[in-house]
Design a protein around this ligand. Sequence first.
Ligand code: HEM
Length: 218
Amino acid sequence: MSALRRFWASTIGKKVVMAVTGLLLVLFLIGHMLGNLQMFVGADAMNRYAALIKSTGELLWVARAGLLAAAVLHIVSAVQLTMINRAARPADYAKREPAVSTIASRTMRVGGVVLAAFIVFHIGHFTVGTFHPAFSHTGVYGNVILGFRSPWVVLFYVIAMAVLGLHLFHGAWSGVRTLGLAKPSPDPLHRKVALWIAIAVWAGFTAIPVAVFLEILR
Ligand code: HEM
């Protein structure tokens, strides 16, 4: 068995893959959220920003392939770790009283499933246009405004972003711990940093559908 296969076959190997890919996805999310804030600068700024990204040509496809590979590895390692966990304890505890877990840590699996469904909808909504009422390949600002005309879509995004915030908070700080990048502490700094990143990403993303709903953006 090659070293790489042995690494992937081990539980810690899968945890490291989940942590590294998760942290890469957090970097993408920070960049995507900051880019989306161009919506508040204006239609020209947003459309110019989107055109600039598309003008990178092959580089964009390399980034897309990297993003897709990270997402697939993240999901596959999470599913396999869940299966290993379940196999180790076929019957659940008779009574489960969480002592140190948080709502963020307890909702990682269900949150992951919600986010996977969100991403499929989101790409069909704003990148491909399948689920969009009037999609334009060049008018990204207009796509976002028209895409959030439906209160149901706004509600779905608001719920998905809350789930994302929780997933990101627990995932980011526990990922750093898995990789052994922080010293053990009862109140570690990376936990506070993860909390602030999660709050910023949640607020930045949520602001857009809410601003369209309130007609602050139109
Ligand atoms: C309210 C929140 C969000 C808004 C308004 C938004 C907006 C957009 C828009 C307008 C595009 C298309 C850009 C273009 O074609 O130039 C896009 C693409 C994309 N978004 Fe989002 N996004 C949001 C949240 C998210 C979240 C939370 C994720 C991941 C969990 C995400 C992942 C993606 C991906 C993977 C693409 C496709 C990128 C590509 O292939 O070029 N987005 N988003």
